[in-house]
Design a protein around this ligand. Structure first.
Ligand SMILES: Nc1ncnc2c1ncn2[C@@H]1O[C@H](COP(=O)(O)OP(=O)(O)OP(=O)(O)O)[C@@H](O)[C@H]1O
Length: 324
């Protein structure tokens, strides 16, 4: 084993101890990330958590104050040009020029990547087709819908054949159909071997797409893992019993002393992991105590629960945070 040369890591992106401040404001306070090649990684966080800043740093647009970053096997600080050659970025700010046609936007990208004319035309035609933009290719991009512009933006990013793509909030503002189209596009990219780093405020989107998710809060990664791993971090699974009759509710609440009461909704919550075995034992228990609910629902923790649990301290304890 060599002690001087790093073994080629099977990671598309690694970041260690990344810090960034704007003046007094600490935006990233020691961020560590590792993203395996060919996977989808979602960075989740509330507004202002530092997601866009992280994308800008990892894509060489903004310098970090400290930390080590490798993207596509290249040291970002030592060789930003090499990093730029293997990545594509689409942000909340679109690169699309509305005054020229979709095809012209694409050909411009081909020129920027110094593709020979014929090769550029071939790649552009192929991408327009793939992103269902061939029919609209001759129209000024300003006439495109939000979803079409977003597709054009990604198609433009792909002209250079990037191996790693950063998508900053790729579906914000899109209607459900366009959002699903975007998800399909992202899945296809990954099938083609591309690594996708996306930021999102939609927990559903991270759950749907990402192999791994990191929750950014107060400039730090509050938790990182698969959606299932993150869901296991928080309690919150329960069976909820709702009653129409206040007397039945009160009787049940008395019989089920350990249940959490919601007097307004006439509902009781019993902690449960949602497994068949536990449900059966709860139902047996209800039968034996003579409780008959009008409605029974099973609630398993979702990413919302995780998100709220991990980002809950943001507003509540600023003085304590500052004091440390
Ligand atoms: N160029 C800058 N100068 C000063 N402060 C900045 C700059 N860029 C970002 N910030 C601050 O850094 C913090 C994080 O911003 P960032 O845009 O990275 O957050 P975000 O998680 O992407 O938020 P959102 O979900 O709202 O897009 C914010 O408080 C923002 O005001």
């Amino acid at each position: 084993m060599s002690t001087t040369i790093d073994a080629p890591a099977p990671a598309a992106v690694t970041a260690t101890g990344v810090r960034k401040s704007y003046g007094e404001k600490v935006v990233l306070d020691g961020v560590d990330l590792r993203i395996p090649a060919g996977s989808v990684f979602a960075l989740l966080g509330p507004n202002g958590a530092g997601k866009t800043t992280a994308v800008k740093i990892l894509s060489t647009l903004v310098g970090a104050d400290a930390g080590e970053i490798r993207v596509g096997g290249h040291d970002l600080a030592a060789d930003p040009q090499a990093v730029r050659a293997v990545i594509g970025v689409t942000g909340q700010f679109s690169a699309v020029d509305g005054l020229i046609t979709g095809e012209e936007n694409m050909l411009l990208m081909a020129d920027l990547h110094h593709l020979p004319k014929a090769e550029g035309r071939r790649v552009v035609a192929e991408l327009l087709e793939r992103f269902d933009l061939t029919a609209a290719a001759g129209r000024p991009a300003s006439t495109y819908s939000g979803g079409m512009k977003r597709r054009l933006d990604i198609a433009m990013t792909l002209v250079g054949g990037p191996r790693i793509i950063f998508l900053d909030e790729p579906t914000t503002g899109l209607d459900p159909r366009s959002r699903h189209t975007m998800w399909k596009i992202i899945r296809e990219l990954v099938t083609g071997g591309v690594t996708v780093f996306l930021t999102t405020q939609y927990l559903e989107e991270a759950d749907e797409l990402a192999d791994r998710i990191a929750v950014l809060n107060d400039g730090r990664i509050a938790a990182q893992g698969t959606a299932e791993e993150l869901k296991r971090l928080v309690p919150g699974g329960h069976v909820r019993l709702r009653f129409a009759d206040p007397d039945a509710y009160r009787a049940a609440a008395a019989a089920l002393g350990e249940a959490t009461r919601d007097d307004e909704a006439l509902a009781l919550q019993i902690p449960s992991d949602g497994t068949q075995r536990e449900l059966r034992s709860i139902l047996d228990w209800l039968d034996s105590t003579g409780v008959e609910a009008d409605e029974l629902t099973v609630h398993t923790p979702d990413l919302d629960d995780v998100f709220f649990a991990l980002t809950a301290t943001t507003d509540s304890t600023p003085t304590e945070e500052n004091a440390r």
